[in-house]
Design a protein around this ligand. Structure first.
Ligand code: NAD
Ligand code: LMR
Length: 329
C-alpha cells in the first residue's frame, strides 16, 4: 500500500462531519487504493462527541483508515496534513444569510490559517466549507504566511450539483448528461450557475431547454435559495449533500479523478484576474483539474451581458464581505 494521505477535518463532530468521515475512510475522497490518516480537530466541548464518532469509525473496520488523531489543538490537527477540510463553523439558522455568520465564524479562520502555515505538509490543499465559505477561505489564506494562495479554495460544488439536478429533471435526462456547468461568484444567493455555457448530452443546454423564462427565473432562484429551502424544511442546514460535494471537490482536485476531457467543474479559487474578476477575492470559477493536485481556471468562455451582470453582482458582494473582515486579513 502507498503512503497514507493525512486528511485534517475541522468540525468532525458536527452534522457534515458525520456524513463525511465514513466516506473518506471508505476511499470515496482519495480513491480505493489510498490509505488515509484522519486528523480530527474539534473544540473542547465537542471532544466527547468526537470520541463517539471515532469509536464508530473504528467499528467500521475500514481497511484504508490507518490512524486517527483527535485533538482540540489546531497545530496538532494540521500537523503534516496534505488535505485540510475546514468544515467547523456555526451554521446559519432560519432568517439569517450566510454573510451574517462572518463575525462569528471569521475569527476561527485566522487562527486556523496560521496553524496550517506552521504545521501542515508542504503540499497542503485546503477546502473551506464553513460559511461564508469564500470569505472564510480568504481569511485563512491571508493568515497562512508562506503557503501558496492557490492552495486555498472554497466549496461551490454543492451549488453545481444542485443546478445539475434541477436541469436534468427539467430536460428529463440522467444527471450525468448535464456537463460544463460552472457556478461563478459567491456561495450565497448571488451565485450564478452559468446555464449558457452548460451542455446536455453534448449539446448547448439552451438548445435543449429553450424555456429562457424558467432558466432565468425558477431555475436560478431554486439553486440560489436551495440552502434556505433545506433549512426551512429540515430545521438544520444541508449536511449529507454538503459532505458529498466536498468529496467531489477534493477527489477532482487531488483524489486521482481528473475532470473529463472537455468538461469542467466549479471551484471557488483565488482570482487571477480572469474574466475581469479582480484579484484579492476567492470566487467560483469553471476549472479543469488533473486529480493530482492541480487546477486551472478555464479560459476563453463567452459570457453574455446577462451572465456578466450576474457575475458582477456576486463579485461586488465578495468585495463587500472582504471589506467587512478587513481587520482579519
Ligand atoms: P454543525 O453545527 O453540525 O457542526 C459544526 C461543528 O464544528 C461542531 O461540531 C462544532 O463543535 C465544530 N466547530 C466549531 N468551531 C470550531 C473550531 N474553531 N474548530 C473546530 N471545530 C469547530 O454544523 P454543520 O452542519 O456541520 O455545518 C458546518 C458549516 O458548514 C456551517 O458553517 C455551515 O453553514 C457550512 N455549510 C457550508 C456549505 C457549503 O456549500 N459551502 C454547505 C452546508 C453547510
Ligand atoms: C447550503 O448551501 O446548504 C449551506 O451553505 C447552508 C446554508 O446556510 O444555506
Amino acid at each position: 500500500m502507498s503512503t497514507p494521505v493525512r486528511v485534517a477535518v475541522t468540525g468532525p463532530a458536527g452534522q457534515i462531519g458525520y456524513a463525511l468521515l465514513f466516506r473518506i475512510a471508505s476511499g470515496e475522497m482519495l480513491g480505493p487504493d489510498t490509505p488515509v490518516v484522519l486528523q480530527l480537530l474539534e473544540i473542547p466541548p465537542a471532544m466527547d462527541a468526537l470520541r463517539g464518532v471515532a469509536m464508530e469509525l473504528e467499528d467500521g473496520a475500514f481497511p484504508l483508515l490507518q490512524d486517527m488523531v483527535l485533538t482540540s489543538d489546531a497545530e496538532e490537527g494540521f500537523r503534516d496534513a496534505n488535505v485540510v477540510c475546514l468544515v467547523g463553523a456555526k451554521p446559519r439558522g432560519p432568517g439569517q444569510e450566510r454573510a451574517d455568520l462572518l463575525k462569528d465564524n471569521g475569527r476561527i479562520f485566522t487562527g486556523q490559517g496560521e496553524a496550517i502555515a506552521k504545521a501542515a505538509a508542504d503540499d497542503v490543499k485546503v477546502a473551506v466549507v464553513g460559511n461564508p465559505a469564500n470569505t472564510n477561505a480568504l481569511i485563512a489564506a491571508n493568515n497562512a504566511d508562506g503557503v501558496d494562495l492557490a492552495r486555498f479554495t472554497a466549496m461551490v460544488r454543492l451549488d453545481e450539483n444542485r443546478a445539475k439536478s434541477q436541469l436534468a429533471k427539467k430536460a428529463g435526462v440522467p444527471v450525468s448528461e448535464v456537463t460544463n456547468l460552472a457556478v461563478w461568484g459567491n456561495h450565497s444567493p448571488t451565485m450564478f450557475p452559468d446555464f449558457e455555457n452548460a451542455r446536455i448530452g453534448g449539446k448547448p443546454l439552451t438548445e435543449v431547454i429553450t424555456d429562457r423564462d424558467w432558466l432565468e427565473g425558477e431555475f436560478l432562484t431554486t439553486v440560489q435559495q436551495r440552502g434556505k429551502a433545506i433549512i426551512d424544511a429540515r430545521g438544520a442546514s444541508s449536511a449529507a449533500s454538503a459532505a458529498n460535494a466536498l468529496l467531489d471537490h477534493v477527489r477532482n482536485w487531488t483524489g486521482g479523478e481528473a475532470t473529463a476531457d472537455g468538461d469542467w467543474v466549479s471551484m471557488a479559487v483565488p482570482s487571477d484576474g480572469s474574466y475581469g474578476i479582480p484579484e484579492g477575492i476567492i470566487s467560483g470559477f469553471p476549472v479543469t483539474t488533473d486529480g493530482e493536485g492541480n487546477y486551472e481556471i478555464v479560459q476563453g468562455l463567452e459570457l453574455s451581458d446577462y451572465a456578466r451582470g450576474r457575475i458582477q453582482t456576486s463579485v461586488d458582494e465578495l468585495q463587500e464581505e472582504k471589506a467587512a473582515v478587513a481587520d482579519m486579513l
